[in-house]
Design a protein around this ligand. Structure first.
Ligand code: 4AD
Ligand code: MG
Length: 444
């Protein structure tokens, strides 16, 4: 027999209708004649109130148990939709005293919940964030589809280190027989499987650029990997990146406009699609104050001057996290583009500035909570300049893109998890995806 998801039961509110639901008991209130249970099935932030008459002998029911309920929908005297059970079938008991970590009468802090990655989808905090994550990916696809961008699946396995930062994970077969059979005299075991050293991708950008010179505007959204020894609240070893490459684009301003439109679109759409989830996370439900403001733009040199006036001196390595957040604060919490960066701080593929050849036409977008949320640039389209900066012969294919019918392009990468931190006001990036990976943490 068919059962209904709680999101539709609540939406349709068909009072008087015989209804079947399945889910997890979140809370129980035992009274003289009845037991009240709050039921959740993950389909929405709201819980359905179940009224269980004493004759159904639900006295042993515990929170955390999974149940199948058949009953009639009605409205309580206070106007709340409730399901009066005619049959209660416990699908899986939850023996709370056996170590079930969550208690409905406690608001557990995220650090506590994070100790139970396998059980934390049952919590309000994580389930709300993951429903929002699902919605955000849909809004991203809608935005790009309606702007005529093509969704490209870029590879996970690759022989290049796009960012050139040496933060790649190496991929090797874990099978001695395979290695032995494939070993060639002049190859190290690193190169034996594909004949070349192979990594997990740090960015799909270079592959997107190839697709862009043939298909026009393109984007991708997929997992990327960074072997950074960083245990900050902002870094993961595996994260999802949204990347777009704009064909025939030679202006940073055009790139900035697209990024600003995209972020505002995602925020507005999510406030419509996931109002209740946002409410669970933030009872005050304040829209971010920058939604109806223009993002700020500062050149790298302007940003440095502002920081110096605040007594925060920048180093050769650029702007650090504390300084990023100070810049956002300086702009009253409105996201700020920092543009035109010193060449030596940025990657080889970025276009040299026509105005100042010590700079490249690059941008970082800084947001509240995370600081950097987007990195992007115009791409070097001068064959010889690119050739002189190419980090390895393995990228000759990338150089060749500039030889045959080249076009100016620009693009950016946005970390999905950092976007969710900003959108949901989540301090720690590890709470924005189901199974976070960071140094020394890949147990399941
Ligand atoms: O600035 P990044 O390194 O840019 C690139 O990879 C470019 N190839 C993108 C492009 O132009 N197509 O990374 C882009 C964004 C960062 O701004 C940040 O939001 C996120 O990816 N990011 C991380 N998120 C979580 N954990 C990490 N270790 C991250 N590293 C980068
Ligand atoms: Mg960056």
């Amino acid at each position: 027999r068919r059962y209904s998801v709680i999101a539709s039961v609540i939406k349709n509110a068909n009072v008087g209708e015989l209804t079947e639901v399945k889910g997890w008991v979140k809370n129980l209130r035992v009274q003289k004649e009845v037991v009240f249970a709050d039921l959740s099935d993950g389909s929405c932030a709201k819980k359905l109130q179940i009224v269980i008459p004493k004759r159904l002998k639900a006295d042993n029911l515990t929170y955390g148990s999974s149940v199948h309920i058949i009953g009639k929908l009605s409205k309580s005297p206070r106007g709340q939709l409730e399901l009066t059970a005619e049959d209660v079938n416990v699908l899986g008991q939850c023996v709370v005293l056996d170590g079930y970590p969550f208690n409905p009468r406690t608001t557990h802090p995220p650090e506590y919940i994070r100790q139970y990655l396998h059980l934390r989808s049952r919590t309000n905090y994580i389930s709300a964030i993951l429903r929002i994550r699902n919605a955000v990916t849909k809004h991203i696809h809608n935005f790009f589809t309606s702007n005529n961008y093509l969704y490209i699946h870029t590879p996970i396995l690759t022989s290049n280190d796009c960012e050139g930062a040496g933060e790649v994970f190496k991929v090797l077969p874990d099978n001695k027989a395979t290695i032995k059979a494939m070993r060639q005299q002049d190859k190290s075991d690193d190169d034996v499987y594909f004949g070349t050293k192979t990594f997990l991708t740090v960015s799909g950008q270079l592959h997107l650029e190839a697709m862009c010179r043939g298909l026009g505007n393109v984007y991708t959204l997929g997992p990327t990997f960074r072997a950074e020894n960083s245990r900050s609240r902002l870094h993961l070893s595996e994260f999802y990146m949204l990347e777009a490459e704009l064909a025939f684009c030679d202006s940073l301003e055009q790139l900035q406009n697209l990024i600003e439109d995209l972020l505002k679109y995602i925020f507005i759409e999510t406030r419509n699609s996931n109002e209740d989830d946002l409410y669970l996370l933030d009872k005050e439900k304040k829209p971010p104050l920058w939604l109806d403001k223009n993002f700020v733009t500062l050149s790298y040199d302007e940003a440095r001057n502002i920081l110096e006036k605040k007594g925060l001196n920048t180093s050769e390595d650029g702007i650090n996290k504390e300084q990023e957040l100070a810049l956002v604060e300086h702009c009253n919490g409105v996201p700020v583009f920092i543009i035109r960066w010193p060449k030596e701080q940025k990657s080889f593929y970025m276009k040299e500035s026509q105005v100042d050849n010590t700079k490249v036409e690059a941008l970082d977008l800084l947001a509240p909570i995370t600081g950097e949320i987007v990195g992007g640039s115009l791409r070097e389209d001068d064959y010889n300049k690119l050739k002189s900066k190419l980090p390895s012969d393995a990228l000759n294919w990338y150089l060749e893109l500039r030889k045959f019918g080249n076009i100016p392009t620009a693009g950016f990468g946005l970390g999905l998890e950092r976007l969710l931190q900003v959108l949901c006001n989540v301090p720690n990036i590890k709470d924005t995806l189901p199974f976070p990976r960071w140094p020394h943490n890949c147990d399941m």
